[in-house]
Write a protein that binds this ligand. Structure first.
Ligand SMILES: CC(C)(COP(=O)(O)OP(=O)(O)OC[C@H]1O[C@@H](n2cnc3c(N)ncnc32)[C@H](O)[C@@H]1OP(=O)(O)O)[C@@H](O)C(=O)NCCC(=O)NCCS
Length: 160
């Protein structure tokens, strides 16, 4: 498996992968407005990485340093964040998600961050279990809800 920055020519493939994975996860409907944000890989190309196996892209993550321009939503000073983690359903359970998160942790340490913070919708049981296995814990005081959307977003964190 190769973990590397996305190539611009892969933008559409990664957009499709994100929507397919989130909808397959059962916590997002295919007609949700959030799919527009998921698909908008072009706006965060600089921060998007992919996992490649046998010449195919099987996963993606957006690494969000606290640089003022990344798509970070939750992080504060000295904190690093990742968003838009997705693995092709065919590849679930084979360590791709873990490899992408590990890459983020390596880069966060190199950046001098002391912790990673992430957001997860409360009904995404598979992701919550996955993050718990990677050592992420709840941070209820930083849970939040998007404006005009009746969903609860859980904040998780891991010290580096
Ligand atoms: C959540 C998600 C990213 C996890 O990705 P994944 O690639 O399936 O995760 P991993 O394979 O790294 O880890 C999952 C399991 O495989 C195990 N595993 C890790 N390496 C492995 C390997 N080499 N071989 C077999 N199993 C392995 C892990 O221990 C873990 O165990 P579990 O089955 O008990 O949970 C993926 O399910 C997904 O894309 N979901 C939809 C989108 C989503 O919800 N994104 C997160 C939004 S916050």
């Amino acid at each position: 498996m190769i973990i590397r920055p996305i190539d611009a020519s892969e933008t559409n493939a990664v957009s499709e992968l994100l929507v397919t994975a989130y909808v397959s996860g059962g916590h997002l409907s295919a007609d949700s407005p959030y799919t527009l944000e998921l698909r908008d890989v072009a706006s965060r190309l600089k921060y998007t990485w992919v996992a490649e196996v046998g010449g195919n892209i099987v996963g993606t993550i957006s690494l969000c340093p606290p640089d003022g321009t990344s798509p970070a939503m939750l992080s504060r000073e000295n904190e690093y964040e990742f968003r838009f983690l997705a693995v092709s359903p065919d590849s679930w359970g084979s360590g791709v998600g873990q490899a992408l998160v590990t890459e983020c942790e390596v880069q966060a340490r190199a950046h001098g961050s002391v912790k990673i913070v992430i957001s997860v919708i409360d009904r995404n049981e598979r992701a919550l279990q996955f993050y718990a296995l990677q050592g992420y814990t709840r941070m209820p005081e930083r849970d939040w809800s998007p404006e005009r959307t009746p969903v609860q977003i859980l904040a998780l964190t891991k010290n580096l």
